[in-house]
Design a protein around this ligand. Structure first.
Ligand code: PRT
Ligand code: ZN
Length: 283
């Protein structure tokens, strides 16, 4: 049995639950409980505050956990990051009052910086040989300059709208973060086997998310050119259509190059292009 810690409520909760579901792991939605058990996988799920997850994983109270890299690095516990999960993306940045002149990190010298990330902020400042006064607060960091508590802040940013509405501008990015799977450092063989089983499923889910299945009709005299545009898992599948002179081509396209490829395929003579999501992808 593996014990997994996920956030009880908050920004990472829904995506963590969705990941488990996409991995085919059924857990009764017991978020009001402290823990629950999967019905079809040897997994126990603990619902915790995200800040506590690295400590619990270090102490083996949980074997693995889903948490933001920002929290993993801030807490600086002895755990291993085993997989990035592709959600909860944000960055930890320093922001100053918008009208203020900022000419580089030295501008922070002697200033007061409010943050919930004292460890990472202090490390960044000392790496840059800047001496500033760090004021630790646990929430609503963005209002600190407005109420005269600090000159600058160091906080998480995703869209940037919180900074904007509070009259602040982002000047330094300390860390880029996303949700990760962490594990305790001392696993026995059985735990390693279970973790690998879970990782096999997570890889299939991640791959499927990044890829689309594409079907199109191609005139036979354009087949070579069209096939040349498609990567496929091995090579594209080509089937003859009832209509002589035409073929149906099936392949897999990466999300990143998707729109560009569609344009090229159309220009090359492809018609009736169908694009469908992939549920799982095992390579
Ligand atoms: O109760 P618990 O302690 O578990 O939750 P929490 O309140 O500490 O954390 P929560 O749920 O807010 O965030 C959990 C994790 O989500 C964080 O540790 C990050 O890894 C990740 N994440 C991703 C974010 C954001 N994006 C984010 N934008 N966490 C917080 N924010 C906040 C930020 O602090 C600021 O107040 O959103 C605001 C900025 O957002 P924008 O879009 O206006 O820039
Ligand atoms: Zn928290």
């Amino acid at each position: 049995m593996l014990k997994l810690a996920i956030q009880k409520s908050g920004r990472l909760h829904d995506d963590s639950m969705r990941l488990l579901k996409e991995c085919g792991i059924n857990i009764s939605n017991g978020v009001n409980k402290l823990k629950t058990e999967a019905s079809n996988f040897p997994l126990q799920v603990f619902f915790l505050r995200d800040d506590d997850i690295p400590q619990y994983v270090e102490d083996s109270v949980a074997d693995i956990g889903v948490v933001g890299e920002n929290v993993v690095y801030e807490k600086n516990k002895s755990v291993d990051i085993v997989e990035t999960l592709g959600f909860g993306r944000c960055r930890l940045s320093i922001a100053v009052v918008r009208g203020e002149q900022y000419t580089g990190v030295q501008s922070l010298h002697g200033r007061k910086i409010a943050t919930s990330y004292p460890f990472l902020t202090r490390r960044f400042l000392s790496e840059n040989k800047v001496q500033a006064d760090i004021h630790e607060i646990s929430g609503s960091v963005e209002i600190a300059p407005g109420i005269g508590l600090a000159d600058a802040i160091c906080d998480l940013v995703s869209s940037g709208s919180t900074l904007l509405t509070n009259g602040l501008k982002e000047v330094e990015t300390i860390l880029h973060s996303e949700a990760v799977l962490i594990r305790n450092k001392n696993f026995n063989d059985a735990q390693v086997r279970l973790l690998n089983k879970l990782l096999f499923r997570i890889h299939a889910v991640k791959k499927a998310r990044n890829n689309k299945y594409i079907l199109l009709n191609a005139p036979n005299d354009k087949l070579d050119e069209i096939i040349g545009l498609l990567p496929g898992m091995k090579s594209p599948t080509v089937l003859p259509l009832a209509d002589k002179g035409w073929s149906s081509v099936h392949s897999v396209l990466n999300e990143d190059e998707f729109w560009e490829k569609i344009e090229q395929l159309k220009t090359a003579g492809a018609q009736g292009i169908l694009v469908v999501p992939i549920e799982k992808m095992i390579v």
